[in-house]
Each structure stands twice: as C-alpha cells, then as structure tokens.
Design a protein around this ligand. Structure first.
Ligand code: G1P
Ligand code: ZN
Length: 541
C-alpha cells in the first residue's frame, strides 16, 4: 500500500449531487484521490464494509473506478460490488445497496450534464438506505477535503471489469455483476408485466430515447426483452463515453428529436427519455407532452392501478419549486403532501419513515419508496402500467386530469452560466424588497407573500435555510427564484413560473402564453435581465 502525501484542496461544498466538475479538473493531480479519501475518512464503518460502485459510462468512468477500487482496498474495504464494465444507473446502485445491505455506494456521473473529455464528471456517495448522503455526512466530507494531508492507494493492477465474477485485490473482493438483473427483477415485483405485455401485443407503439446514456441496456432488457416491445422501441441505446455528442438532459431543447417525433404526424402512442445516469424521465403521448409536475400529479392519482401501489399511497412529496398540481390530488386522496427543498436527499427521511410513497421534482425526477433515488425507467413503467389498465391515450388521460383538478400551468426559465456575483446580487436585491413587495399590485396580480424557503425536516428536525425565494400572488399564481446547485460554470439562475387555471375552456392554451403576466411581473420585480445582462433565458422547459 502506498501512502501519498497531498495537500488540502478547495473541494467544492457538495451540492445537491456531490462533487461535479469539468473532466479536466478531475484529471488534475490528486484531485479525485483527495475527494475519494475524504469520503473514506468521513464515512463511519468503512473498514470491513461492502460498497457498491458504478457510473453512467461517461468519459473518465473507468479510470475513476480503477482508482476507487485501489483506494478502497488500501482503506480496508472488504467487498466492492461493481457493475459490469463499470456501468450502473443511479437507481440501480440505490437498489443494489439496499438489496445487498451495503454500507453505501459511490456513483460516478454528472447526471444530465454533457460528457466526453471536455464535458463534466462527478462523484457522489450514497448511504446504506440507498439514497444520497445526508448533509451531515457531506459536510464532513467537505471538511475533510479542506484538511486532508494524505491518501492511500493499493499498488495493484487494474481489475478486468468486463468479466462477471469475483477478483481479489489485496484483501478486498471485487465482485463484478450484471448491472441490469437486480433492477429488472425489482421492477417485475412492482408492475403488472403481463398487462403491459398484452398492451404491446395489441399494437401499442413506443419510442424510448436512451440518449446514448446509461438507460439503454436497462430499457432494452426490460421493454424489448421482458415486455415484448418491438425491436427498435429503444433508440440511442448504447451508452457512449461522450453520449455521442448528445446532451443527455431530457428536456424540450436537448431531447428535441423525441419531441418532434411525438408532436409530429407519425408519432407512436408513447414516448419517453431518460438522462445520463438514468434517474430522470420525461413522458409524452401522441401530440402531448406531460410536464414533469403534471406527471407526478397523474402518477399520484393513478398509482393504485399498479400492483406495487395497489393499497394506496401513504403520502406524497414534491420539491418546493415543483408545481402544486400534486397538492390537489393529495388533498382529494386525503393523504399528506410535503414541500421539501430541491434535491432528492430531502425525500430520504420521509421515505424511510413511511410518510410518503411517491415523490418528485419539476426537473424530470419521479420516484417512490422502492429505492432512495429518483428512477427514470420506473416512472416510464408505472406510466405503461397505467396505460395498460386504462387503455386511453396519454392526451385523454391528461385532459381528464385537468378537468378533475384544474390545470397548473408551469414553466422553468434557466439563465445558465451567468456571472456568479450578478446572480447573488439578483437574489439579495429581491430579498431586501420582501416587505415592500407584499400588498403591491401589478396589473391584475397582487403579491400576497414573499419569503426565502426554509425547511424543517419533520423526522429529524434538521433545518435547511435559503432554499429559494417564493413570491405568491392572490390568484394562486407564484414564481420561485433560486440559484442552481449543480451548474459547473458561473451560476445558473432558475426562475419557476406557475399559474392555476380552473376553467376547462382555457386548458388548451400555450403554456408560455398562459404564464405571460407572471413572466412579465417576475422580470420587473427581480430586475434579473438588467443585473445579469441577459435578455432571454438559455433554456425554457
Ligand atoms: C437540479 C434539479 C434538482 C435535482 C438536481 C440533481 O438541481 O433542479 O431538482 O435534484 O439537479 O439531479 P439544481 O441545479 O436546480 O440545483
Ligand atoms: Zn440524473
């Protein structure tokens, strides 16, 4: 074993998803080593433990895994379970951690950020419940990165990750497993595969765009293999180190070809896509895009149609900026609905404690108590199960949902890579105006509330402050402004806009038109455009 002397580095405070940086940063001497050692120093019980390791296959995945294995062996880890060829989707890691009672897992991914040598890379630690480590753990990791003086690496050759089975390095066993098998078995327990098979047999058509990222092997095995969807249902199904140049973020901009297909003349019945590491999803029907916030509401209203949720839901949760469409369903079902800060980790305690069964975020993440990560393919399968039961089109299901509950028009405007101090300035100036804003009327909208969102965890009482600014209007409309925790360049400001429309006659409106008034008021109140020097958002979703 080699002990390498190193110097503390300015480890970025782990945001919502661990450490995420440009690949070139990770290639700097000692950079990844220091972060991995910081994890091993921070997490209790590493010696003699079992860990799960894998990533979405992006550039640097294999290099990072070989290093992690040698460092794990040098730090006394007993057993590491790795996906074949270093591959694991994020939800599959969560599942294996739980199934194999591991101490935790290390996931290599930068989620929906671009890959390749010039793209992004990332690393995060998940705990024994299968979910992203709690802030109490990530804080210790961060402190370690600031004080670290040495790290440990075993001098050993690389492990052949293409071959299934066990290999010893030093005293540690590396077990290479099929990354799909456990995950596929888990979904079989939750959903009615026979019903979904019958749906496909009846001629139901679908396009799943894996965006050359990790869900390809999972979707191909489950949809085409187990559920009998025709070959070719999954497109871009091969995980590539640079995602084939695609930006694996399933939004209307980066998944444009899927949107064009689904909104065009030859659309199949159902379309879906996932992101780089497989935890996000979007779904579309023929001529109908289901906004993620609406998808969460719809899944909540229909989950009981799938065997895994047949007994009903205990409660639901959504991240604060997610639209309040799901709140209306929860009210109708008389179940609790929690509003948590952005980031999946905030759902962890509620799921562990059985307070919620389903949860989701506006950023195309939906999941349930089956694991502790959001799960892209799971959401697609739940949709398929619902479609197999209801035998109606996605568009009809969506329209009926709005008729029953009203429609929450919703959109997110991102201002990416803005100057960090300008972004801080926008936030500070808006916060300073809270008192004067409340009671002010702009056109027909009167501001009734303005606050910085603060969350007290109902289970452990931990408090998360400064989670984004909420401006509420008397009409039930609102906008939210927050700084992204996952950007890798400057700062990303996210403006979330929402208006509630009870009148069925107006449900067919274009979303941006329906939100026009709120968009104009948000522009005026935040001064965002003049402070950042931007005249339009970089991405509208
Ligand atoms: C984004 C999403 C958030 C998600 C996170 C990790 O974080 O908005 O919902 O949990 O990625 O996938 P943000 O960049 O907004 O901080
Ligand atoms: Zn992701």
């Amino acid at each position: 074993m080699t002990q390498v002397t190193t110097t503390p580095f300015d480890g970025q405070k782990p945001g919502t998803s661990g450490l995420r940086k440009k690949v070139i940063q990770f290639q700097e001497a000692h950079y990844l080593e220091n972060f991995v050692q910081a994890i091993f120093n921070a997490v209790k019980g590493i010696k003699g433990s079992t860990l799960v390791v894998g990533g979405d296959g992006r550039f640097y995945n294999k290099t990072a895994i070989q290093l992690i294995l040698k460092m794990a062996a040098a730090n006394g880890v007993k057993h590491v379970i790795v996906g074949q060829n270093g591959l694991f989707s994020t939800p599959a890691v969560s599942n294996v951690i739980r199934k194999r009672s591991a101490l935790g897992g290390i996931i290599l991914s930068a989620s929906h950020n671009p890959g390749g040598p010039k793209g992004d890379f990332g690393i995060k630690f998940n705990s024994a419940n299968g979910g992203p480590a709690a802030e109490s753990v990530t804080d210790v990791i961060f402190n370690q990165t600031k004080t670290i003086c040495q790290y440990y690496v075993l001098e050993a050759g690389d492990v052949d990750l293409s071959v299934l089975g066990d290999t010893m390095i030093g005293d540690m066993c590396v077990e290479v497993i099929d990354p799909v098998a456990d995950y596929a078995a888990m979904t079989q327990d939750l959903f009615d595969f026979d019903k979904i098979k019958a749906l496909f047999q009846g001629g139901f058509t679908m396009c799943f765009d894996a965006m050359n990222a990790i869900t390809g092997p999972y979707a191909t095995a489950i949809l085409e293999g187990m559920l009998g969807a025709p070959k070719g249902t999954v497109i871009n199904g091969e995980p590539l180190a640079d995602f084939g140049g695609l930006h694996p973020d399933p939004n209307p901009v980066y998944a444009k070809s899927l949107f064009d297909l689904m909104l065009g003349n030859n659309a199949p019945d159902f379309g879906a896509a996932s992101d780089g590491d497989g935890d996000r999803n979007i779904v579309l029907g023929r001529g109908a895009y289901v906004a993620p916030s609406d998808s969460l509401a719809l899944l909540t209203a229909n989950a009981h149609l799938a065997p895994g949720y047949a007994n009903g839901l205990t409660g639901v949760a959504r991240s604060m900026p997610t639209s309040r469409a799901v709140d209306r369903v929860a009210e109708a079902l008389s179940i609790e609905c929690f509003e948590t800060p952005t980031g999946w980790k905030f759902f962890g305690n509620l799921l562990d404690d059985g307070r919620i069964s389903l949860c989701g975020e506006e950023s195309a993440g939906t999941g349930s108590d089956h694991i502790r990560e959001k799960d892209g393919l799971w959401a697609v399968l739940l949709w398929l199960n619902i479609l197999a039961e209801r035998r109606e089109s996605v568009a009809d299901i969506l329209t009926q949902h709005w008729q029953t509950y009203g429609r929450n028009f919703y959109s997110r405007h991102d201002y990416e890579a803005v100057d960090t101090s300008a972004a801080m300035d926008v936030m500070a100036k808006l916060e300073a105006r809270f008192d004067s804003l409340v009671g002010t009327t702009y056109q027909t909208e009167t501001i009734t509330s303005a606050d910085q969102f603060m969350y007290s965890d109902p289970i452990d009482g931990s408090v998360a402050k400064n989670q984004g600014i909420r401006i509420g209007f008397a009409s039930g409309s609102r906008f939210v402004l927050r700084v992204s925790g996952t950007g890798t360049e400057g700062a990303t400001l996210r403006l979330y806009l929402e208006s509630f429309e009870p009148a069925t006659s107006r449900h067919g409106m274009d979303t941006q038109d329906a939100l026009k008034a709120i968009i104009m008021i948000a522009d005026e109140i935040t001064d965002l455009k003049s402070i950042t020097g931007r005249d339009a958002p970089s991405v509208i979703s």
